[in-house]
Structures are given as C-alpha cells and as structure tokens.
Design a protein around this ligand. Structure first.
Ligand SMILES: [Zn+2]
Length: 462
C-alpha cells in the first residue's frame, strides 16, 4: 500500500492550489506508453460513453460538461480498467501497456479513490494464490483468514477517509469493492473445500454464523451492478444457493450432474425471486443461459424447455437477441442437419461454402486464431498426427479473427497444407452459426451432414 500513500502525500504538497469544486465539468486525460491500439474508449456499465484517438505523443483527453458521478471503465484494447469520476474532477493517468495494471497511476483531482482502488485491485490479484491454500482449512479457520484480509483493506480505507474525506458514493463503492471480493471466496468455499480436502470429499456443514455476511447483501444497487467483485460474488452466490437448495429440497439430490436442466431452471427461479436491479438480473440470466447452452450440450428438447423458462422469467432481457442467436445456432447444428451455408475464402482468394467443402467426403472442421500462437502450434501438430492416423477424413482448418496477410504467412510457417485452409471475413456470422467454443472444438461431417458439431479435436478420435 506504500505507493498510494506516497502519491497521496505528494498530492497534498503539490495539488491543493487547484480547486475545481464549483465546476461540474470532468476532465479525464492521460498518456499511454507502448500503445496497443489507437483509441481509448470510456464506458459506464455496458454503455459506450465516448471514445478518443491518441495524439502523436500517445496522449488522450476526454472532456465532459457534466457527467453522472460513479464508476466507469476505460478500455485501451485489449485491456481495460476502472476509473471513478466525480463532477469537477480533473484526472490524469499514465500507464505502460507492457505492465498495464501495475504501471497505472492516477494523478490530479479525483486521484485518491482511484489510486486506492487500484492498489486494492493489485493486492487482491496477489492474494488469489494464498486463498487457494486457505480452502483446505476448516470453516472457522477459513473465515478468520478471509476476514483478516478484508479488515486490513477496510482499515486502510477508513484511515484514508480521515485525511481525504470521500463522498458517500465513493465510500460505498470502495467498500463494496472490498467486501464482495471476500464474500465471493466464502461462497466458493464449500465446493473448493470438498475438492481440496481429499480425505472427506463432502460439502462441510456450515452454520448460520458462517453466512452472517449475507444479511448485508444488496440485490438492488445500480452503482454496484458493473463493479466486478460484486458481479462475481453474485454469480458464485447463486451457484451456491441453487446447489444447496437442490440438494436439500429437490428430488434430484445426488443426480445433480445428470440433471443440468433442473439445476439451471432452479437457479433462474432463485435469481428471479431475489434480484431487484434490472441490469444485474439481465446479466445473471445471461450468465446462466450461456453457461448452460454452451457448456452442457443438452438434448434439443431440454434446450427448448430451458429457453421457454428463460423467456417466461426474463422476457424483456436486454441480452435476449444474443441468447436466441446462441440457441438457434446450437439447434441448427444438431446431428443430421446440413452444415450451415457459410461462405469462406480459400488460399487463392476464391469463395466456397462449407457444404461444398464437405461434399462427398468425411470432413473434420477445426478452428484456430492468429492471436493464440500456443494453440496454433498445438493444433497444427495434432492435425498432422490425425492426418496420418485417420486417412478417411479430410481435416479442414477454419481461421477466426486473423487478417488475410497474417493468416497466409501463419499457414505457411505452421506447415499446414494450404489447400485445407480457409478463412472468413465475417467472423461474427461464423462464430454464431458454428458456435466456435471452446477453441479445441471440431465439427465432424459426412457428405455435408453433421455427425457431431461439438467434438473435440483432442478427444473425438481417441
Ligand atoms: Zn432444485
């Protein structure tokens, strides 16, 4: 925590003369060393507020006549970080993309809350490993360790607040940033403990005092909805609540693993009955749907029932179009359907559709991206091995998200046969129709017909 204290002390010496208290405008500017993009984009929640280009000196500046006080985040692709803005603030950041989070320093009016939250963020990142070891402890010991980490940060916050009084809203957010982070670990504990304490292999009994922090939880605070620790807490909290209530109250009991549909329906009903704030509710529903549809690979009939419940409970969900696209995409690539009529480009720049590639042969489509070199290296080795072992199949690589020139040079350096490589200019259509997740997935077809659209290039041929 020393760095933030130092910065605070410096600002007392230098910064006091400037006072923008009477102004409602907000000035947020900065310098980015080693930029990875030409822009800085400012968001509030999932709403884009504004974007500005870097100038020749890699500096940017946002100026707003008036803006809602609260938590924002700025993105310099591919990274992003929080920034708390108050009317009257004049905030300057400096960061180096080589060490994005560690290098980020805020200065000027509004720096105290931002530097404090940044320090807390870095400390929390460092604690993740230690906390993994705590999961082995018994409930009382675990709680004590977590509580003491939490108290250290709350004490520091209170000390800072004496010297540099925070606004009520700043205090609320800085506190929630700490409290929900540690509450998240308590929600995870029963499952991690079961996994790590090999001797017992059961969920520990937890009394009411273990969950005492739950009395203070809010399900209705717009200012917290996009605070990451708060959202992560909610995801874990509803996972815990649904598991416990299904084990205790529902007839599926031990068959949880075999009844994903029941578990996820149950989870949506809990979210619906407890969460008040609309955006949080929408985001949590989306989380359940993506998790279930993308990872479970349930039967088409179960997926249909799931969607009926989703639509009944969350009919005005702001992510509805995305979830319906996902559902329809999955429905369209069930076995015996024709592989979607998507146009891709071959190495010579000629257009061809997937059914045409798959015609009259057995084909395995696999996927790779230029941004993930380790994956590319692994998959090119795997494909060469499979081409030897499975001569009845054609192995066809589909690139996602790499520019044409880079793609061509990667095809050559990876030792792929260029005639088996294709790419699409319309990544969105491609990923939506073929559900490219996870990256090791493959689609197996026989004469244009899908045999398995959710194969795994490492497991399907073992
Ligand atoms: Zn249940």
């Amino acid at each position: 925590m020393n760095r933030s204290l130092l910065i605070l002390l410096l600002s007392v010496l230098v910064g006091c003369s400037e006072d923008h208290k009477n102004s409602s405008s907000v000035f947020f500017s900065g310098e980015i060393v080693n930029p990875t993009d030409n822009y800085v984009v400012l968001f509030k929640g999932d709403k884009l507020i504004d974007s500005v280009a870097l100038d020749d000196d890699n500096r940017f500046a946002f100026r707003f006549d008036s803006i809602e006080n609260g938590l924002y985040h700025f993105k310099h692709a591919p990274e992003y970080q929080n920034v708390y803005l108050n009317r009257g603030d004049s905030l300057f950041i400096r960061l180096n993309t080589v060490d994005f989070d560690e290098s980020l320093v805020y200065s000027g009016k509004g720096e105290e809350i931002n530097n404090f939250m940044m320090e807390v963020y870095l400390t929390k990142e460092n604690e993740k490993k230690i906390i993994n070891d705590f999961y082995r402890l018994e409930p009382k010991g675990f709680s004590r360790k977590i509580d003491s980490l939490q108290h250290l940060k709350l004490d520091l916050l209170n000390e800072l607040n004496l010297d540099f009084p925070f606004t009520e809203k700043e205090m609320e957010i800085a506190k929630a940033d700490i409290v929900y982070n540690y509450a998240k670990y308590k929600e995870r504990y029963p499952f991690k403990h079961k996994k790590f304490s090999k001797t017992k292999n059961k969920i520990p009994d937890l009394d009411k005092s273990y969950y005492a922090y739950r009395n203070e939880i809010t399900y209705d605070n717009k200012d917290l909805t996009y605070l990451r620790p708060y959202y992560e807490f909610m995801v874990n909290h509803f996972g815990n609540l649904s598991f416990m209530s299904c084990t205790e109250g529902c007839e599926i009991k031990d068959n949880m693993a075999r009844n994903h549909l029941h578990f996820n329906k149950h989870k949506m009903k809990l979210i619906d009955s407890m969460v008040v704030e609309k955006d949080l509710k929408d985001n949590l529903f989306r989380n359940v749907a993506v998790d279930y549809l993308l990872k479970v690979h349930d039967t088409p009939e179960n997926n249909r029932i799931f969607m009926e419940v989703f639509q009944a409970l969350s009919s005005d969900n702001k992510h509805m179009a995305e979830i319906e696209d996902l559902y329809n995409g999955i429905k369209n690539i069930q076995p015996q359907n024709r592989i979607p009529e998507i146009e891709v480009t071959n190495f010579n720049g000629e257009k061809i559709t997937l059914p045409n590639i798959a015609k009259n042969r057995k084909t395995v489509f696999y996927f790779w991206s230029g941004t993930n070199r380790k994956h590319l290296n692994n998959i090119s080795n795997r494909v060469k091995q499979l081409e030897r072992e499975e001569p009845n199949f054609d192995f066809v690589g589909i690139n996602v998200k790499t520019g044409q020139d880079e793609w061509k040079s990667l095809v050559k350096t990876s030792g792929f046969d260029a005639s088996s490589q294709f790419r699409s200019d319309n990544f969105e259509q491609l990923t939506k129709s073929l559900i490219v997740y996870p990256l090791n997935k493959c689609i197996i077809t026989e004469d244009e017909q899908i045999v398995d659209a959710f194969g795994d290039i490492y497991k399907s041929f073992d």
